[in-house]
Design a protein around this ligand. Sequence first.
Ligand SMILES: Nc1ncnc2c1ncn2[C@@H]1O[C@H](COP(=O)(O)OP(=O)(O)OP(=O)(O)O)[C@@H](O)[C@H]1O
Ligand SMILES: [Mg+2]
Length: 386
Amino acid sequence: MAEENKTTKTPRTSRKKKEEVKTNNTPSTSLLREHAEQQFAAEIAELEKVDKRHRPPNWKLSPWAVTTYLLGGELENGFEISPKYIGDRRIIEIAVATLTTDRALLLIGVPGTAKSWVSEHLSAAISGDSTLLIQGTAGTSEEAIRYGWNYAKLLADGPSMAALVSSPLMRAMEDGKIARVEELTRIPADVQDTLITILSEKTLPIPELGSEVQANKGFSVIATANDRDKGVNDLSSALKRRFNTVVLPLPKTAEEEVEIVQRRVETLGRALELPAEPPALTEIRRIVTVFRELRSGVTEDGKTKIKSPTSTLSTAEAISVVNSGMALAAHFGDGSLSAGDVASGLIGAVVKDPVQDKLVWREYLETVVKERDGWGDLYRACREVS
Ligand SMILES: Nc1ncnc2c1ncn2[C@@H]1O[C@H](COP(=O)(O)OP(=O)(O)OP(=O)(O)O)[C@@H](O)[C@H]1O
Ligand SMILES: [Mg+2]
């Protein structure tokens, strides 16, 4: 029990750092990864300044400003807000509108469709805090969702508010903020149901103290769930009814996907201070093309059918193929991304099942990559690796 108790409290790291204001393109921090509200503090502050629209109780920004923060745009004073989510505007509008009602938001989609990313940025823009997070696993306990006890205090003084260790969800209720539940469907069904009272009654009973914590205005929950995990612990219909579900799709067009990869690789490269030049668009376009063709089972021109591998080939993986390629280029190459730098990453992303996927990849390599104009270097680099 005492062990479990530890997991109920996520560490609130580097509070002081949070107050520093930074611009979003200088890596003026020693942190490996900043929270969204730290990294984009300047953008949020600028939006707060120009935002004259109605803000729901306890929201830092109006729904319009939150949407602008996510989708990017130029403010009337000329300040540029970078896009965080690239895709259908309506999806973000529906997500934001949901959070202004008494319903919670459930983001679902295949792996790597930015569910966690959107959830983090929404909480950063709405509550200024994306850290009230519960990571769902098969081992997530009720205490992780409700509260636990500091057993030393409990034994010494008996049950009291001081001996209670609140969960991120409880803190979100007290402060009127957004709580995030990651991978909701991985949580065992009976533990998931703990959320029902919280979401419908907006209260968290503490029977040991004959007391309760009532949610303040501004409280809501953003949960994420992976399509592929569905069925493992399918959501109960009672819980489902308390959520508005928004599906995050795979990028519709190749251009959209190229833009996502390009933007993320640029920011990641900057944050990691990789001494490599940003990759050429043509190299990113090639990788995205390989991913999209294998995913859809047909070549871009629609002429050749190909087999799809078992791997998900998400945009997130395309980002990491380019990123690892850049690290190779920076430290062991000439600093600019070449086919040789991406080949092994590409094969690693495609071939997850050593037998089946290997055949699929071989066939794709020999029938598509080999024959395509200007792809000779990629073909040779992949042949060398596999
Ligand atoms: N439409 C998109 N717009 C912007 N970024 C995107 C988009 N799709 C994917 N990404 C990028 O992909 C990366 C992975 O996203 P994220 O981890 O949020 O995926 P996820 O849906 O939570 O996946 P999983 O189901 O594996 O948890 C992020 O870095 C994000 O920037
Ligand atoms: Mg996720």
